[in-house]
Write a protein that binds this ligand. Structure first.
Ligand code: TXA
Ligand code: MG
Length: 350
């Protein structure tokens, strides 16, 4: 692919400069690609109604064409053209969680290009809670299709430098709008059938959803560590979030985790490998003389969510051969964190 001249634009996330937003919107309107921050991770956006523009997203990321994209909107009125048979509980969900890290799967209209949905009869929609993202959609006067702005298979980008690393020279513009907040992608909730089903755990937890829905289930593919059934969300079947290094996830109670991590660390070092330990605030002091990165605080799992992808990328920069990562409790946002960690580890848990 020919190198593009990627324009960099720095925008204030609290008070986006409207002249700069308009410049980015112009690119979207003319069929180009713009990476922009959201409250979850950075997205790579293009006009959701333009097949040619959407193709550019797939080729810049190297993404399989059967993995559908999320369409981002800034007002509920934009739904009208895109979806049909909206169930009653959808309005309650939108009212409670939009803008925010919840993607809803609806039955789609035929205005939505097949390129977006990978040929499915449904479409994924979300309204991001980020000033730059919302202003960009508003000023483009278009729904914006946006997957995470990383090379396909790599950890999602949680700050500007990650996007530069993966996509500079491959897209038209990258907006620098600081760090993404949540750090993990949105929760994907399928409401196209009778029972709402979580296809991807994320920023909105199942506990949050139960506050407004009587019934919610996880897709079976999420409950299994190594899956042999076909997941409903095409994205879940691909290798994902994977650092260059091999990763092993160590589970158990804290004492068991620390003991096993030290044991594995010694073993790999004796084999001549460069080892990185992904530890937590509660355990980091226990690993003397090792290459330790503190990903966050077990008591505040949202800190782990914020730092996880950036930690994986850091280990790659350091060219470690193997990452030994501590498992955390699968409660609240911990469910989404462990989902990403298991995928990064390719299901390798001890
Ligand atoms: O937080 C996020 O959701 C970020 C930001 C940029 O908004 N976006 C994001 O997009 O994570 P992406 O493309 O990396 O992940 C979209 C996920 C994939 O797992 C995809 O398979 C699933 O949503 N998906 C999209 N459309 C779907 C559909 N119609 N049915 C089932 N799953 C769908
Ligand atoms: Mg992604």
């Amino acid at each position: 692919m020919k190198e593009k001249n990627t324009k960099i634009l720095s925008i204030d996330s609290l008070h986006p400069q409207i002249d700069k937003i308009k410049e980015a919107a112009k690119i979207i309107k003319s069929g180009g690609t713009v990476a922009f921050p959201t409250e979850t991770v950075y997205g790579l956006g293009a006009n959701a109604l333009d097949e040619k523009a959407i193709e550019k997203i797939y080729s810049a990321k190297g993404r399989p064409e059967d993995n559908p994209l999320i369409v981002h909107i800034s007002s509920i009125s934009q739904l009208e053209d895109l979806v049909e048979n909206i169930p009653q509980h959808a309005y309650i969900l939108m009212e409670r969680f939009w803008p925010g890290p919840l993607t809803l799967i609806f039955n789609r209209t035929n205005k939505v290009p097949d390129k977006i949905t990978g040929g499915l009869s449904t479409v994924a929609i979300r309204m991001p809670a980020h000033n730059i993202a919302l202003e960009l959609i508003k000023h483009s006067q278009l729904p914006i299709a946006a997957p995470s702005a990383n090379t396909s298979g790599k950890p999602s980008p949680t700050n500007f430098s990650h996007v530069i690393h993966d996509l500079s020279g491959k897209i038209d513009m990258i907006i620098d709008g600081g760090s993404a907040g949540v750090g993990l992608e949105s929760t994907v909730l399928d409401i196209s059938g009778d029972i709402p089903i979580i296809l991807r755990p994320g920023g909105i937890t199942i506990e949050d959803l139960f506050s407004v829905l009587p019934r919610v289930e996880y897709d079976r593919a999420i409950e299994m560590s190594i899956t042999d059934i076909t997941p409903k969300s095409p994205g879940q079947k691909y290798k994902h979030y994977s650092p260059d290094a091999r990763m092993i996830l160590v589970s158990g109670n804290i004492e068991e985790i620390v003991r096993k991590t030290m044991e594995l660390c010694k073993e790999y070092i004796s084999q001549g490998m460069k080892v990185g330990i992904m530890a937590t605030k509660q355990t980091c002091d226990r690993y003397e003389n090792s290459n330790v990165l503190v990903v966050g605080d077990r008591e505040l799992p949202e800190t782990i969510a914020t730092n996880l992808f950036s930690a994986l990328r850091r280990f790659d920069e350091e060219k470690v051969d193997i990452i030994i990562a501590e498992a955390i409790e699968e409660k609240g946002i911990g469910k989404a964190i462990m989902n990403r960690m298991k995928k990064a580890a390719g299901g390798k848990i001890v």
